[in-house]
Design a protein around this ligand. Structure first.
Ligand SMILES: [Zn+2]
Length: 75
């Protein structure tokens, strides 16, 4: 089995996907997607990914101390 290095398009069944060097997007788990978004896995999907987050600021708060709603605070 090869070390995972890339995420391939949905449904891909190429030799590397069979050997474990790539994973088709539909079989990628959360850790694979996180690695894809941070560039630790190559993106062979043909798709562009965008991450966004909404923040609600309390009066007097700022973005340096803000956390997305529902996120654990690390202060
Ligand atoms: Zn493949």
């Amino acid at each position: 089995m090869s070390r995972l290095i890339a995420v391939d398009p949905i449904g891909c069944g190429c030799t590397e996907c069979m050997a474990g060097g790539y994973v088709p997007l539909n079989r990628a788990n959360a850790a694979h997607v996180a690695a894809l978004l941070t560039g630790r896995l190559r993106n062979h999907t043909g798709a562009t990914f965008q991450v966004s987050a909404d923040y609600e600021l309390e009066p007097g708060a700022n973005l340096l101390t803000a956390a997305p709603p529902g996120a654990a605070r690390h202060l």
